[in-house]
Design a protein around this ligand. Sequence first.
Ligand code: 5GP
Ligand code: ZN
Length: 114
Amino acid sequence: MTDCIFCKIAAHELNAQVVYEDEDFMAFRDINPEAPVHVLLIPKQHLSSLLEVGVEQADLAARLLMTAAGIARELGVAEDGFRVVINTNDNGGQTVHHLHLHLLGGRFMNWPPG
Ligand code: 5GP
Ligand code: ZN
C-alpha cells in the first residue's frame, strides 16, 4: 500500500534492522525499543490490523505466531520469557496501520500493561 511505512520496509524501500525475512514475513528492530529485545514482525501483505485477519488468512496467522516463537528462540529470549502484543485501533494503541506483532523480551514485563 502506498504511504504505508511497513509496506515500504517490507519492500526494502525504507531501511530497518532486519532480524528475519522470508517470502511472507519480515521482522525488524523497533525504532523506539521498549525492551532490550523489541522486534516488530509483519506480514508483507498489507492488512491494516488484526481485524482484517479472516479465514483466508488463517494459515498466515498461524505462521505469524510460529515465526514469532522462532525469532524469540533465535534472539535468546525464549527460555527466560517474552511477550507478544498486537495493538489494535485507538484504544489498543495502534499507531501504524499495517498489522504487526511486537515481540518484547530481555527484561521482566509487568502486568497489566499501562
Ligand atoms: P503500534 O503503536 O502501532 O503498535 O506500533 C508501532 C511501532 O512501530 C512503534 O513501537 C514504533 O516505535 C515503531 N515504528 C514506527 N515507525 C518505525 C520505523 O520507521 N521503523 C521502525 N523500525 N519502527 C518504527
Ligand atoms: Zn502496509
